[in-house]
Design a protein around this ligand. Structure first.
Ligand code: AMP
Length: 203
């Protein structure tokens, strides 16, 4: 099954995509992580997108579609994190969309409290999803850092872009009938239990 997690920034897409991928041993395609790696590795693509990512803007559809198609191929089971984010990106087979709903207030607070491992990208929250040792990743021992798109102005811009570009995608799949909405303002465990029930691997 190809399942996609969509929702405003801070709704938890990355956390649940990572959990599903690990529990079901299914590849996760996190466009945000792939793009951040391009920036960190200072590739040609990375240099082109660095500025707009820092500002919280979306990167061009053609680039995202190429990166996704290269990785997705014909795989039957995939978890997409944050894709498709625009109407133009609805160009890849997906069986089910999970739409995580969350108020702006909660999203902003969560993003401010979010930390990620600079080595393996694992996501933490300084209040609700703490590492065992402060500032250190449980999995790989990497340093936990804030992302460079976590400032309040950038978060507000990202929420605005979500409404303009991604809500129409959610509406599209809702009308098509292959979308489930999940209230993402609850605890990580409760939300994940509901998402797990929806994912049915083909293999
Ligand atoms: P995320 O890690 O999902 O919060 O995404 C971080 C940033 O990566 C976004 O603010 C965008 O700049 C970029 N990005 C992630 N997914 C997409 C996408 N599907 N289309 C365009 N840009 C994306």
């Amino acid at each position: 099954m190809r399942i996609s997690l969509l929702g405003p920034p801070g709704s938890g897409k990355g956390i649940y995509a990572e959990k599903l991928g690990k529990d079901f041993r299914v590849p996760v395609i996190s466009v945000g992580n792939i793009l951040r790696e391009e920036v960190e590795n200072k590739t040609e693509i990375g240099k082109k997108i660095e500025n707009s990512m820092k500002k919280g803007n979306l990167v061009p559809d053609e680039l995202v579609l190429k990166l996704v198609n290269d990785r997705a191929g014909k795989k039957e089971d995939i978890i997409f994190d944050g894709f498709p984010r625009t109407i133009k990106q609805i160009n890849v087979d997906i069986d089910l969309i999970v739409s995580l709903t969350c108020s702006d207030k909660v999203c902003i607070k969560r993003i401010k409290d979010r930390r990620i491992c600079e080595k393996c990208n694992k996501i933490y929250n300084i209040l609700t999803l703490k590492p065992k040792k402060k500032g250190i990743c449980d999995v790989c021992g990497g340093k936990l850092v804030s992302r460079n798109d976590q400032g309040e102005d950038v978060i507000k811009d990202r929420l605005r872009i979500f409404r303009k570009e991604t809500l129409p995608v959610i509406e599209y799949f809702k009308k098509k009938g292959n979308l489930d909405e999940i209230n993402a303002e609850r605890s990580v465990d409760d939300i994940y239990l509901d998402i797990r029930k929806l994912f049915k691997p083909k293999k």
